[in-house]
Design a protein around this ligand. Structure first.
Ligand code: MF3
Ligand code: CO
Length: 248
């Protein structure tokens, strides 16, 4: 069941989104060789507490941390670790912020120091694929229009599009209807309506899109060991166009 949000509810979610965006800006300044994702996770815990917000991922279906920290071939749901980041790594930090019971969800991939051209290209294409999808998020269009725009952008630039994880509706729960795949034909799926709030969160790879899950039951890696990146925004469908609630 899809729940439409009122303007007031969307404003609540935008408040969560502004805290989340500020947190990502602060993370961007902290990411460098030698820093651990465990330290970033601790920083996020303190940052959210200071802003009167709660890390919604912690405890969600047993997930143990405030953030997901996914390095290099990890696609998503990586655990923060005490292993220092190294020059040339890429790392995706994903989190869900709860502010007054309303949520916002955003993931961002970061370069660690100087990175290879190939890694830089993957980051650029993934971020642009996110915005290509968001551009389609207009009342009267369908979920499949978002999916198709992401896929065609990504594949035309030689990237793999992960199938196994999708965007989703969001509100007072992390995962609501509808699901938002990042691949598929246009003109299909749920028709977008004013008041829907969804995430668009393409996970792209420099190789194949096949996924392998580690023994921890969470960490999702590329099966072929290729690099993966992800950018995610929470957006509201409005008559004036997509409203990005987690814009940095
Ligand atoms: N933020 C994730 C998403 O974009 C949800 C992660 S669920 C968790 O859908 F349990 F790993 F935190
Ligand atoms: Co997320």
């Amino acid at each position: 069941m899809i729940t439409l949000k009122t303007r007031a509810q969307i404003e609540q979610m935008a408040q969560a989104g502004r805290i989340l965006a500020a947190c990502h800006r602060a993370i961007a300044k902290r990411i460098r060789p030698g820093v651990t994702t465990w330290e970033i996770d601790q920083f996020v815990e303190r940052f959210l507490a200071r802003h009167g917000a709660v890390p919604e991922q912690k405890g969600y279906q047993g997930y143990p941390y405030a953030t997901c920290a996914s390095v290099n071939d990890v696609i998503c749901h990586g655990f923060p670790s005490k292993e220092p980041l190294q020059e040339g790594d890429i790392v995706t930090i994903d989190m869900v912020v709860n502010f007054g019971g309303w949520l916002a969800d955003s993931a961002w991939s970061y370069p660690v120091g100087a990175i290879s051209r190939k890694a830089r290209q993957l980051l650029n294409v993934t971020k642009a694929a996110l915005y290509a999808g968001i551009e389609q998020a207009l009342p009267g269009k369908r979920i499949g229009d978002i999916s198709h725009a992401v896929q065609t952008y990504a594949e035309s630039r030689g990237c793999g599009v992960v199938r196994q994880f999708t965007g989703h509706g969001i509100g007072q729960k992390i995962h609501e209807d509808p699901y938002v795949p990042h691949f598929g034909p246009p003109g299909r799926g749920v028709r977008l309506k004013e008041g829907m709030v969804i995430t668009v969160e393409p996970m792209l790879t420099a190789g194949s899109y096949d996924v392998r899950i580690d023994d921890d039951g969470w960490t999702a890696r590329t099966a072929d060991g290729s690099l993966a990146a992800q950018y995610e925004h929470t957006i509201a469908i409005t008559r004036d166009g997509p409203l990005i609630l987690t814009a940095q």
